[in-house]
Write a protein that binds this ligand. Structure first.
Ligand code: F0G
Length: 367
């Protein structure tokens, strides 16, 4: 069967009638990769799996929400979409607008987005509006201008975004045969944690309806995970109990002080018996490196926040031994190579273009 994206795959669980044509880049269906080295190192006898959303078409989980939001916008006859973004939403909006043949307007914070993400918006032909402010300013402006101009908002305040994003929970249940015991996520605008919780809850309510060769096609779970949301310490409104005026973090994707899905995210935490916690920039970057070096998986800094928090909570015993833990890796490391290069070119050996010199370099580095 040719996979044609999550709107078609999960249409029976999404608010789209059969005749609504999906605007798709075959997003979703991302790998759930079991970590083999890190759990051993951490002395953890359970399982840690990463849902690598960086392998979506534009390199982040935003494609799940964007296929749904743009499908609906086009269905309603919109000719233009708009979003504020720390980079990934704008990349996805630009690509899906290109696919649909409509215009994308993206508001991004001045100088605080990873270069790869800016390039994505540009290459897909979006109108890039760089504002002298942060994401929260951009979000406020988008809401204001959408009242007076014919543009459809595709930030996660658009309910179709969360509908699309909830499908990641279905895929995880299908892969594991049940929901994990803990689900760990980075939290910025707080849409994704809200979407996963919605997906998990819906999957406990619906029994399998179709099967193919004995393999269940419809995600169904008897259990629900505890939802753990991790924020960057300099941008942690859920830890401060309210809006943070000047959020600051190296994880620019989650440099957000005024999350739009505040109530949904608190509900996910409370209903699931989960928690919020924070990670420092240094811890986040160390985890990004650890994952890349120990497992061969390169995610962007914000994404490493999920595993960073999970490993700390495993160590403290808050996440219990023997549990199954899923961490969402929200975006691809390739979006932000600067952050790695800035930290120094470890492993770079410069030698003359001579056989002896190269042999010497190899012998001295063998492990
Ligand atoms: N990780 C990455 C890589 C992100 O780009 C974002 C959000 C998050 C985590 C947080 O997810 O907002 O649902 O809590 N990026 C948005 C953007 C804000 O504009 O690309 P959230």
């Amino acid at each position: 069967m040719h996979y044609t994206g999550l709107v078609n795959r999960y249409r029976s669980r999404l608010p789209f009638a059969p005749e609504v044509r999906a605007v798709t880049l075959n997003e979703g269906n991302t790998p759930l990769i079991e970590l083999v080295n890190i759990p051993k190192r951490a002395g953890f006898e359970g399982r840690i799996l990463v849902k690598f959303e960086g392998l979506n078409p534009t390199g982040s989980f935003k494609d799940r929400g964007m296929t749904a939001a743009v499908t609906q916008a086009v269905h309603e006859g919109s000719k233009a979409i708009i979003c504020a973004s720390t980079g990934n939403t704008s990349a996805a909006a630009a690509a899906y607008a290109a696919r649909a043949g409509i215009t994308a307007f993206v508001l991004i914070p001045d100088g605080k987005i990873a270069l790869g993400k800016l390039a994505q918006a540009v290459v897909h032909g979006a109108v890039v509006v760089q504002i002298q402010g942060n994401f929260d300013d951009g979000m406020r402006l988008v809401k204001e201008v959408a009242q007076t101009t014919p543009v459809a908002i595709v930030n996660s305040i658009n309910p179709y975004r969360l509908q699309g994003q909830k499908t990641a929970a279905f895929e995880i249940i299908e892969a594991l045969g049940r929901a994990p015991d803990y689900h760990c996520l980075p939290v910025g605008n707080a849409g994704n944690i809200s979407a996963y919780w919605m997906g998990y809850k819906e999957a406990t309510g619906q029994r399998a309806t179709a099967s193919m060769g004995g393999y269940s096609l419809e995600a169904f779970s008897n259990n629900l995970p505890k939802m753990a949301g991790y924020q960057a310490a300099g941008a942690a409104p859920f830890l401060r109990g309210g809006r943070v005026a000047n959020p600051e973090t190296v994880a620019t994707a989650i440099r957000i002080g005024d999350p739009q899905s505040w109530d949904h995210a608190w509900a996910a935490q409370k209903e699931s018996g989960g928690w919020f916690d924070e990670c420092t920039d240094a811890e986040i970057l160390a985890t990004q490196r650890l994952l890349a070096e120990q497992e061969g998986v390169w995610c962007e800094p914000a994404s490493a926040t999920s595993l960073c928090g999970a490993l700390r909570d495993i160590k403290s015993g808050k996440i219990v031994q023997g549990a199954t833990v899923v961490c969402t890796l929200t975006g691809n490391g390739l979006k932000d190579p600067d952050i790695v290069i800035q930290a120094g070119l470890k492993g770079l050996v410069q030698v003359a273009a001579e056989r002896g010199a190269v042999e010497q370099a190899i012998v001295s580095q063998l492990r």
